[in-house]
Design a protein around this ligand. Structure first.
Ligand code: AMP
Length: 116
């Protein structure tokens, strides 16, 4: 069994977070250490530790990450100028919380995708 993270507690509303959206598949909340004016995490409610653990049965929840990202980007007023959607995996990807999540980051020009 995969180890639960703090994100499971946020999904179950057991610890505080600024939750912006929740449905039966995903939950979205503000990142506690925002790297940009808009920095939202969108997570599947089911615990998928990393991108390496994705299975076909997760496709509905993972697709929902994108439709919720589109909706939240529009609500944040950053859709027109653009934004970045990021999923980090394991050590080289810089993943810190092992509950797969999509970062929605925007509100300023973000620069190159990777350090050159
Ligand atoms: P990653 O490096 O992709 O695993 O990103 C994990 C993100 O989770 C970081 O941007 C953290 O700031 C964020 N984070 C960690 N704990 C919390 C929390 N309790 N509430 C909101 N965001 C969190």
């Amino acid at each position: 069994m995969a180890q639960e993270t703090i994100f499971s507690k946020i999904i179950r509303r057991e610890i505080p977070a600024e939750v912006l959206y929740q449905d039966e598949l995903v939950t979205a909340f503000r990142d506690i250490h925002p790297r940009a004016p808009t920095h939202i995490l969108i997570v599947p409610n089911v615990l998928i530790p990393t991108a390496n653990d994705v299975e076909a049965e997760h496709e509905a929840a993972l697709g929902r990450l994108f439709t919720v990202a589109r909706k939240l980007a529009a609500e944040a007023g950053i859709a027109q100028n653009g934004y970045r959607l990021i999923v980090n995996c394991n050590e080289h990807g810089g993943q810190e919380v092992f509950h797969l999540h999509m970062h929605l980051v925007g509100g300023k020009a973000l620069g190159p995708m990777l350090a050159r």
